[in-house]
Design a protein around this ligand. Structure first.
Ligand SMILES: C[S@@+](CC[C@H](N)C(=O)[O-])C[C@H]1O[C@@H](n2cnc3c(N)ncnc32)[C@H](O)[C@@H]1O
Length: 272
């Protein structure tokens, strides 16, 4: 596993608590609404993480529609499992989205929020989703738009680069690396998808607790590992600088813009 995909240790809990309510829940609700509008009989989620989308899906879909939620890192799924009661039709299963342990045509709909960026072989992951979807099945996924449209990310990246100018941590580039539409569109077509629709979703979000969010931006993802690997800096220093920067940039109301790209693609039979 590459270090940028290692969501383990204390990261899952911090991710869910400090970043979940700020940058993930609203897009999760949108993803669940889009998935529910397709009336699936069953649904696969990849890179489900701590179950933020899974919970929203369960609350939107009819109770008898089974959800299979997968992620590379079982410690992320451990947090997700806590969000469900016995008897809710959700199965959690560790799985690499590039090599899915499911049969051909097993699912009507597949969803993935903010996972694609971490897959080393994105086209392979698209081929796998195409394989496990029924012909005509739909793949809904979202990716972050660029730093320019997500100033919290530009700020975090610039703070950590400033702290380590000769060997900057690279993590904060990764979640934003799928902002260009063309490469993903070409990979989807090559993997057998058609009817591809991309929509831009912009939000204004109030950060409820700036210090907690700054803490999450460092300790809630593998960036903290990259900082610890570079001796001489307590990650708390980066947290303090990010909190200052968020206050400066977004003012006392702490209102920040967020922007993502939502994709919808239909699985076309190979000879179709
Ligand atoms: C930013 S989180 C998104 C989690 C969740 N979808 C959400 O919106 O909160 C990225 C997730 O991708 C997962 N991941 C990274 N590489 C993966 C892979 N090759 N296959 C499946 N999941 C992967 C990580 O474990 C992490 O949970």
């Amino acid at each position: 596993m590459s270090s940028t995909a290692a969501f383990t240790g204390s990261i899952p809990e911090t991710y869910d608590r400090d970043m979940g309510p700020v940058i993930f829940v609203d897009y999760a609700a949108e993803m669940a609404a889009r998935a529910a509008s397709l009336n699936p009989k069953n649904l696969l989620e990849t890179a489900a993480g701590t179950g933020i989308v899974t919970r929203a899906l369960r609350d939107r879909l009819p109770k008898d529609v089974p959800i299979t939620a997968t992620d590379l890192n079982d410690p992320m799924l451990d947090i997700a499992r806590r969000k469900f009661r016995d008897g809710e039709a959700v199965t959690f299963q560790p799985a690499d989205a590039q090599d899915l342990p499911f049969g051909d045509g097993a699912f009507d709909v597949a969803v993935c929020q903010f996972g694609i960026m971490f897959y080393p072989d994105k086209e392979k992951s698209f081929r796998e989703i195409h394989r496990v979807l029924k012909p005509g099945g739909r793949y809904l996924f979202s990716v972050w738009d660029s730093h320019a449209h997500n100033p919290y990310a530009a700020l975090t990246d610039s703070v950590v680069r400033g702290l380590f100018p000769s060997d900057p941590p690279r993590f904060f580039q990764v979640p934003f690396s799928c902002a260009p539409i063309d490469p993903l569109k070409e990979m989807l077509i090559a993997a057998g998808f058609g009817d591809i629709v991309v929509s831009v979703m912009r939000l204004t979000k109030v950060i409820p607790d700036v210090d907690a969010f700054a803490h999450g931006l460092i300790y809630g993802n593998p960036l903290q590992v990259e900082i610890r690997e570079r001796a001489g800096l307590n990650p708390d220093e980066a947290v303090a600088r990010i909190a200052d920067g968020l206050r400066r940039e977004f003012g006392p109301g702490a209102k920040m813009p967020l922007q993502t790209l939502f994709y919808s693609a239909t699985s076309v039979p190979k000879d179709g």
